[in-house]
Design a binder for this molecule. Sequence first.
Ligand SMILES: [Zn+2]
Length: 92
Amino acid sequence: MGRRDEQNLDAGGDAHVRRERDAARELRQSRWWKNLIQNAKCHYCGVQLNAKTATMDHILPVSRGGCSTKGNVVASCKACNTAKRDHSFLDP
Ligand SMILES: [Zn+2]
């Protein structure tokens, strides 16, 4: 009663976020991801990426209940990934 150590977000809460961020870290080590970023283009602006410039971006952000699965992550450049953090592309 009266505990304030859990700041639940609307979508799923902290436990989900922690789990999916861990899953993202693992996915980033996977052969699937490493192959993908060999010759990927940014999902948003289309710039050519390589293993050094590609970042993993969640289509539906983890903080909104998205999961770190192949269907929900795309390669994006750092600029788009950073921009998306401020203005979600999912918002109408
Ligand atoms: Zn981009």
